[in-house]
Design a protein around this ligand. Structure first.
Ligand SMILES: [Zn+2]
Length: 440
């Protein structure tokens, strides 16, 4: 099939975005026909969503913006065309439903999000939303319905707090509605604009077991798949995060009159500590990451020995035990470095996000589906948060990644080829069919 909207897309999309959207590789027609996934339709819908909120600086399709409303409107039409019954729930989630052959079974859920960060790209969330729609439409048109009802969700406000999916998990509080979101709105105003209810948002919570399972396709947002030339990432889970405020205390004194041997320079300890964090984390086996992202010396003058330093410390891994073990190690190393430099170090935890492991059965299913279609695949963790993390408290979840060029995301330079998205759509479709047969 030719690509009727490409020229129009490049003409209408902002130059900055267009410059980074190279022409997609040709979708293999024989594969397109076989399972009902239509690559040209995927491409034209990706482009249609990219037009909403396109600017020279990137995509501005923040939750509750005019562009978000327009994108959701287009998506609603596509769901209805595919035969889905569409509703918006109290938390602003746009949900399409297709009946299954066994009405007693809980629904299978797939989907992602259409909102972007300010100056974002055209693939984060959109790829998964369009892939879910395409896989669901292929099922609807196949004449071979699933046993389970099938729901396709576009979650509300993923990018600024995962509001829609967290509300389903019962994690959103009424107070959050007053918080500012992108675009000068409060969260409550943004929610009302998409047809949700700020007054009743907490009633959107579902009971565990409401869904049979959730499967989300997303761009990797990291470089692993693209670098290694692998088509499908089988996500092991979403990493947990712990953050600490670290303070090194020394003694502020005259930088001219205090001899080097008697100084208690907090910044020297802090510098050694951040290097130790980096090297220790690299030396451990595994994919854990640790970062000192902020450092502030006090009093911060050229002629005063730093008397105190504040640092941030963040640790991420799939295993909360590994995060804890790394923290213990950093604390021991920090104390030793501080002692040797006549300073002191303290750690104060202030943020915790629990790791959300993917269901082992879902991982096996996605892997088997990728294998059956001949796609190379790799198991890997997700270092970024996703809606699947929220849904994991309600149902078993799985995720699959498609490659992100150069690992770039939250940027207009974000890019995934249409053929990679179509490959992922086909694995998503095959996985949904297999899950439908294997879970009750
Ligand atoms: Zn996303």
């Amino acid at each position: 099939m030719p690509h009727p909207t490409r020229r129009e897309f490049l003409a209408s999309t902002a130059p900055a975005a267009a410059a980074f959207c190279s022409v997609p590789r040709v979708v293999r027609a024989s594969r397109t026909l076989q399972d009902g996934v239509d690559g040209a339709r995927v491409a034209s819908r990706m482009e249609a969503i990219a037009r909403f909120g396109a600017t020279p600086e990137g995509a501005f399709r923040t939750a509750g913006s005019d562009a978000d409303l327009a994108a959701r409107g287009a998506f609603t039409g596509w769901l209805e065309d595919a035969g889905f019954e569409v509703r918006t729930d109290l938390a602003g989630n746009l949900i399409g439903r297709l009946a299954g052959t066994d009405p007693a079974l809980p629904p299978l859920l797939t989907g992602s999000h259409l909102d972007s960060v300010p100056a974002g790209g055209n693939f984060d969330g959109v790829a998964g939303s369009i892939a879910s729609l395409e896989a669901a439409a292929a099922i609807a048109a196949s004449g071979t319905p699933l046993r389970h009802p099938l729901e396709v969700a576009v979650f509300f406000n993923e990018e600024n707090g995962k509001t829609g999916s967290r509300a389903l998990a019962g994690e959103v509080t009424q107070d959050e509605m007053d918080l500012p979101v992108y675009g000068g709105l409060t969260l409550g105003q943004a929610l009302a604009r998409v047809g949700g209810s700020p007054e009743r948002v907490t009633e959107a919570a579902l009971e565990p077991g409401h869904y049979a399972g959730f499967l989300e396709l997303h761009i990797e947002q990291g470089p692993t798949l693209a670098t290694e030339g692998i088509e499908i990432g089988v996500v092991q889970g979403i990493v947990g995060i712990r953050r600490f405020r670290v303070r090194v205390s020394g003694f502020a004194n005259h930088a001219g009159t205090t001899a080097m041997g008697i100084r208690r320079d907090a910044l020297v300890t802090a510098g050694r500590f951040l290097v130790a964090v980096h090297e220790e984390t690299r030396a451990w086996p595994g994919r854990q990451v640790a970062t000192v992202g902020r450092i502030e010396a006090h009093p911060g003058a050229a002629n005063v020995i730093p008397g105190a330093v504040d640092l941030s410390l963040e640790i991420r891994d799939l295993e909360m035990e590994t995060i804890e073990a790394l923290y213990q190690r950093f604390r021991d190393l920090g104390r030793e470095l501080a002692r040797r430099n006549q300073t002191e170090i303290s750690f104060e935890p202030y943020y915790l996000s629990r790791a959300a492991p993917c269901d082992p059965g879902f991982m096996d299913t996605v892997e088997a589906a990728a294998e059956s279609l001949g796609f190379s695949n790799l198991r890997l963790p997700s270092g970024a948060g996703h809606d699947a993390q929220s849904i994991a408290v309600l149902a078993p979840v799985g995720m699959l990644f498609v490659p992100s060029r150069d690992g770039i995301s939250h940027s207009p330079r974000e890019f995934t080829s249409v053929s990679d998205i179509v490959n992922g759509t086909r694995v998503l479709l095959e996985s949904l069919r297999r899950l439908d047969g294997s879970i009750d």
